[in-house]
Design a protein around this ligand. Structure first.
Ligand code: FES
Length: 607
């Protein structure tokens, strides 16, 4: 007799539902608290609820699933549970807030941090043994004599030593980096590490236990420099306005990092004075501003950085309030617009070791692209602009509750292209459109025959209002689902999307030309970064942002720069690998590419 209840496990979210036979996977997801996209409400039309059935017995595929079945993918709303089932949920199939959980996915690396911990017991001093505290500690450390002789003490660690020694009854925990004692902690307290992806818009940080390798807390906050300009160019201009402004940008960033470390420690129930090591991976401008270096040379051709190699300094020299002897490691960068965040992304996704011809993209205001072919690594950076962050778009907004994040043609099956279905973040009343919704929207307009190849809107569609440069495509009329006002995509918004996607596509084509490869040779495409995670790859393919490759060659990697910085925090080998990646990359300056303008002009058109 068949069982009455089956377990449905959703990975990598780690959620489980116990459901009755015949229930759909979409219903099971709701029950498990997994917020799957369901733009058409389960009618099998929108394709937004794609999941992969990894194991277990489910109902056979229905007609609506034809075309998406490769690699075990199914439509969750059409699949009925007939046994215990395991389901893999791709990031693009869940709503934005839950994606963050997937972005924090741990990658497996050898745990081999740059710091080591030694627990030591010393004899208390007496009139017959009045040795200095440092000498007493040196003699008690469990190490060979030649190592003992080379031992040095950080000034900050020395300042902690007398108090911690006496409070701990002459038992202490010594944290060493190489031959230097960098912190003295009470026995039983694990030293902490901080890994930060320093983005122009956002700081994403992870707090890691450096004794176990476990990530204790993760958090993303806005980069406080946002008050000084939206993008890198604006920040450079701000910093160049005078010495005081440059210092101000440095100060607010360090304050932001310091505050973030404090918040993470509160979340983990720890003290920020236990943070002994940090790894920072930012774009070149952010690394310069964090270090307090001049950025003027980054703003003018040939965009030369002051520093590209990895760099270590004491956290106190930045003004951070962590362990008094804590250090900060800046990962190496490649060029003025290909930064350490790109290196960290490559490290996390192992593109540099790939046997396949692999393309990697971190899409943002600047999009960095890497092409790995054989042992060649070619990189470039293209100015894709802020459209995908909702800026310069009339009804644009960041990915926040109420943003339209998914758009589908409602009744493609019946040929009625006037019905448009959409989904907002957290199902809140629609108030605007974010980058992923914008790309979906433009893809829908193409599919409905609304857009010409050059981006002009055809009149005649029931959702198109106005004409010529004033034309717009109505997504949400005011009042629908409590929308406070209309949400539409204007002709100018379409143009912004064209400029952004053309920059990315032309960058890809330029790298392919330099490598002497056709796009069809690309075996794997890794799309990283927060926006890359929200992006619907099918829509991006439809608007021509990527070369026309089959969907199964694309992988969405989440915040890979954050993962890469965490790997460099817990593994010396990964830190070495980052240096190796940076030295191997051949940077392609697109403004010098003989055919870039031609490639860009060609990429402006829709397929
Ligand atoms: Fe499954 Fe739309 S919810 S196809």
């Amino acid at each position: 007799m068949a069982k009455e209840e089956y377990a449905v496990d959703f990975s990598p979210l780690g959620r489980r539902a116990l459901v009755g036979r015949g229930m759909t996977l979409l219903e099971a997801a709701h029950q498990a608290g997994v917020r799957l996209n369901a733009v058409c409400g389960g009618a099998g039309i929108c394709g937004a609820c794609r999941v992969r059935v990894v194991a277990g017995e489910v109902s056979p595929a229905v007609d609506a699933e034809a075309g998406i079945m490769a690699d075990g993918f199914r439509l969750a709303c059409q699949v009925r549970v007939l046994g215990d089932v395991r389901v893999d949920v791709p990031p693009e199939s869940i709503t934005a807030p839950q994606r963050v959980q997937i972005e924090g996915r741990e990658s497996v690396v050898d745990f081999d941090p740059v710091v080591r911990v030694l627990d030591v017991t010393t004899d208390p001093p007496s009139l017959s043994d009045p040795r200095a505290d440092s000498e007493r500690l040196r003699q008690s450390l469990p190490m060979a004599d030649d190592e003992r002789m080379k031992l040095t003490f950080d000034r900050g660690a020395l300042s902690q030593l007398p108090v911690v020694l006496r409070k701990g009854g002459w038992h202490v925990r010594v944290v060493m980096k190489g031959a230097e004692v960098i912190a003295v902690l009470p026995v039983g307290v694990a030293p902490l590490g901080l890994a930060v992806d320093v983005g122009t818009t956002k700081l994403a940080a992870y707090l890691v236990d450096l004794e176990s390798g476990e990530t204790l807390a993760a958090m993303g906050v806005m980069n406080p420099q946002i008050a000084y300009g939206d993008d890198v160019i604006a920040r450079i201009a701000s910093a160049m306005a005078g010495e005081a402004q440059g210092l101000e940008l440095h100060r607010v960033l360090v304050e932001g990092l310091d505050g973030l470390a404090g918040d993470l420690c509160v979340q983990a129930g720890r003290d920020r004075g236990d943070v002994v090591e940090a790894v920072l991976a930012g774009n070149t401008c952010m690394q310069h501003l964090a270090l307090g270096l001049p950025v003027s040379s980054l703003g003018l051709a040939p965009y030369v950085p002051v520093l590209s190699e990895s760099y270590d300094l004491k956290a106190r020299d930045l003004g951070a309030h962590w362990a008094p002897g804590a250090s900060v490691h800046f990962l190496p960068s490649v060029a003025g617009f290909v930064g350490a965040d790109h290196v960290a992304m490559i490290l996390a996704t192992a593109i540099h070791q790939s046997a396949e011809i692999t393309l990697g993209l971190d899409i943002g205001t600047n999009t960095e692209i890497i092409l790995a072919a054989g042992d060649r690594l070619l990189s470039c950076s293209c100015a894709s602009g802020p459209a995908f962050e909702g800026a310069h778009i009339r009804d644009g907004m960041r990915a926040a509750p109420g943003a339209v994040e998914r758009v589908r043609l409602g009744s493609g099956a019946t040929g009625d292209f006037s019905i448009v279905e959409y989904q907002t973040i957290e199902d809140a009343p629609p108030v605007g459109i974010c980058g992923s919704g914008l790309i979906d929207g433009v893809a829908v307009m193409l599919r409905a025959g609304v857009l010409r190849e050059n981006g002009a809107m055809r009149s005649g569609h029931p959702r198109v209002r106005g004409s010529g440069r004033m034309a717009e495509f109505l997504l949400v009329p005011a009042g629908e689902r409590e929308a406070p006002r209309d949400v539409a995509i204007t002709r100018k918004d379409v143009q912004e999307v064209q400029l952004a996607k053309a920059a990315i596509r032309a960058g890809i084509e330029a790298l392919l030309e330099n490598a002497g490869l056709d796009a069809g040779r690309i075996e794997r495409v890794v799309v990283a970064g927060a926006f890359g995670t929200y992006l619907d790859v099918d829509s991006a393919l439809a608007i021509g942002m990527f070369p026309p490759l089959s969907r199964d060659r694309f992988v969405q990697a989440g915040n890979a720069a954050g993962t890469g910085s965490r790997m460099a925090l817990v593994s010396r080998r990964c830190r070495e690998a980052a240096r190796d990646i940076a030295s191997r990359i051949v940077y392609v300056e697109l403004t010098m590419h003989p055919r870039f303008v031609e490639l860009y002009a060609k990429a402006l058109a829709f397929p």
